[in-house]
Write a protein that binds this ligand. Structure first.
Ligand SMILES: NC(=O)c1ccc[n+]([C@@H]2O[C@H](COP(=O)([O-])OP(=O)(O)OC[C@H]3O[C@@H](n4cnc5c(N)ncnc54)[C@H](OP(=O)(O)O)[C@@H]3O)[C@@H](O)[C@H]2O)c1
Length: 321
């Protein structure tokens, strides 16, 4: 099969032939239709986090997919060849993937394969950040940093659907978009300091930005509140000082969790967003497109100043077949 591989840390991505995976009795072979670009692909490829998130070289990047069941192992009863599925798994920049049934979910019929591939990492990260770690409940108020990004937009939709009041930080241009998906208030991070303009304190902060944004978030949390970050560790000293709980989360992909998200997508309660679609062999350009968010990673220079280009919302998707 054809696949994209990284042969050495910081090296070029190569597109060539590799052996097609064989499946065990309890596995499924999926013919991948679409996969996506996640920040973590670039970060892992750079070698910057090799102590925490090691990879085996040569490495096939990619963390989520949509596709068609091609073959099932003898012990698999839940799926049949031809089923349309999606899920989170490593090694998805390839034509085929071997997965356990528990890792995949049937594709919602109202989503295209491109849309379905864009869902698992961002939506599950938002779900686990809000509910598993942030313990968000109906009637509470949440501040979501980076609300217009891939993860943030799911956080806004899921929190709003759960009956929370949603305040989001984002670029001012994204205000109408964020209001349309459930934010009741948007603070333009380029013009205002959220801790200066917020009148009320919040129950939960969900942070995908980190740095100074995370540090200032302690000032707007109620005592007993939760500061959950998807981007960097949260200071235990600051958490104790402000009488809040603080934690960095790491996505734990779960077929059960994705199944709940699939039902909300099928009902039209939440919606996916696809920013751009590239062919798999053009992934190097796709990686350059998001390298501006991660200067210095993978030896890339940003593709341009962030403020100069208005980005579409949602994920960059790769077309495999
Ligand atoms: N821990 C985990 O398991 C996990 C899982 C998934 C993702 N992540 C991490 O989560 C982060 C976000 O991922 P993503 O896919 O959502 O990224 P994304 O689509 O690039 O979104 C980032 C958003 O943040 C906005 N932003 C930038 N600086 C900001 C600031 N100071 N205040 C408020 N908003 C700001 C950007 O807006 P502009 O473009 O307008 O500046 C953009 O809309 C990444 O670091 C990723 O690695 C972690």
């Amino acid at each position: 099969m054809k696949a994209i591989r990284l042969l050495e840390y910081g090296g070029q991505l190569v597109f060539n032939d590799v052996p097609t995976p064989t499946i065990a009795r309890d596995e499924i072979l999926v013919k991948i239709k679409n996969t996506t670009v996640n920040h973590v692909d670039l970060v892992k490829a750079s070698g910057a986090v090799r102590q925490i998130l090691p990879i085996d070289l040569p490495w096939i990047p990619g963390h989520e997919f949509s596709g068609i069941v091609e073959q099932i192992g003898g012990d698999v009863a839940a799926y049949a060849p031809g089923d349309a599925v999606f899920g989170a798994s490593g090694g998805t920049y390839a034509e085929y993937l071997a997965v356990k049934p528990a890792a995949i979910v049937r594709k919602p019929s109202n989503l295209s394969f491109e849309e379905a591939a864009s869902v698992p990492v961002a939506a599950e990260t938002a779900w686990q950040g809000l509910f598993t770690h942030g313990h968000l409940e109906k009637g509470q108020t949440i501040l979501i940093h980076g609300g217009a990004g891939a993860v943030g937009a799911y956080a806004v939709q899921l929190a709003s659907h759960a009956g929370a009041t949603v305040i989001a930080t984002a670029s001012g241009d994204d205000e109408a978009y964020l209001n349309s998906i459930g934010a009741s208030r948007v603070i333009d991070y380029r013009k205002a300091q959220f801790e200066k303009v917020l009148q009320e304190k919040v129950d939960v902060v969900f942070d995908v930005i980190g740095g100074d944004t995370q540090a200032r978030s302690f000032l707007v949390l109620k005592e007993g509140g939760h500061l959950i970050s998807a981007s960097q560790p949260v200071s235990p000293e600051e958490s104790a000082k402000h009488h809040v709980s603080g934690a960095m989360m790491r996505l734990e992909p779960s077929g059960d969790g994705l199944g709940k998200i699939a039902r909300l997508l099928e009902q039209g309660t939440i919606r996916p967003d696809v920013a751009t679609v590239y062919a798999l062999q053009d992934v190097a350009q796709a990686w350059k497109d998001i390298a501006g968010n991660l200067p210095g990673v993978h030896g890339m220079s940003p593709s341009g100043p962030r403020a100069a280009t208005r980005r579409s919302h949602g994920k960059i998707v790769l077309r495999v077949a």
